[in-house]
Ligand binder design. Structure first.
Ligand SMILES: Cc1cc2nc3c(=O)[nH]c(=O)nc-3n(C[C@H](O)[C@H](O)[C@H](O)COP(=O)(O)O)c2cc1C
Length: 179
């Protein structure tokens, strides 16, 4: 079994919960990307990274990918945590594209990427995130042909939604065990 480390980028806790669950299953540590140092990666040879999706970016991925590259770690499993439905091909393709921005092509090809679902509590969003969501929702209201997902986002505006389901993280654990 490789020496695992789970690294995560989380703003409001959903990704962190998945990361901690995965780390517990693998019997390793889970560290937030912003506190992870080069020395932490020296002690391991396989990394599981998960990050929350924020309007075309994955929280913590830029920093984590740099550390992973520098440490020469080739055994990787990646997951995003977002609101978008993982059953849709579009959600899975977008997640890969976001990861691939900071991943050498040869590593990308053999790296499993998973999409897990998080949640959102509007009452807890910071000013910037609340403003971004207000802009997105105003755009969706004006959109002529809204998808089912758009409608669901509109319905949930201002409320608390939570899709967290730790069972959905088990394939991430299996992928890591099979590295
Ligand atoms: C400003 C903002 C932008 C977001 N953009 C996306 C997005 O593009 N795709 C998506 O699936 N979820 C998006 N989300 C939802 C988050 O990914 C979701 O809340 C996730 O659980 C966040 O993870 P965290 O709790 O670990 O920070 C967005 C949330 C906010 C507040």
């Amino acid at each position: 079994m490789p020496n695992f480390l789970v690294v995560y980028g989380s703003r409001y806790g959903s990704t962190e919960k998945y990361a901690r669950f995965i780390a517990e299953r693998l019997g390793c540590a889970a560290l937030p990307a912003e506190k992870t140092k080069a020395a932490d990666l020296k002690a391991c040879n396989a990394v599981i990274f998960g990050g929350g999706v924020y309007a075309g970016k994955i929280a913590g991925w830029k920093r984590a990918s740099r550390l992973i590259r520098k440490a020469g770690i080739k055994r990787l499993v990646l997951f995003v945590c977002g609101l978008a439905d993982p059953a849709r091909q579009k959600t899975r393709d977008e997640a890969k594209q976001l990861f691939y921005r900071h991943l050498p092509a040869e590593t990308a090809q053999k790296t499993p990427v998973f999409c897990l679902r998080g949640g959102m509590d509007y009452a807890k969003l910071n000013f910037t995130h609340r403003t971004m969501m207000a802009m997105l929702l105003s755009f969706l209201r004006r959109k002529k042909e809204r998808s089912e997902e758009d409608e669901k986002l509109l319905e949930s505006y201002g409320k608390k939604i939570d899709f967290y389901d730790e069972q959905t993280a088990l394939p991430v654990v299996s992928a890591a065990e099979n590295l």
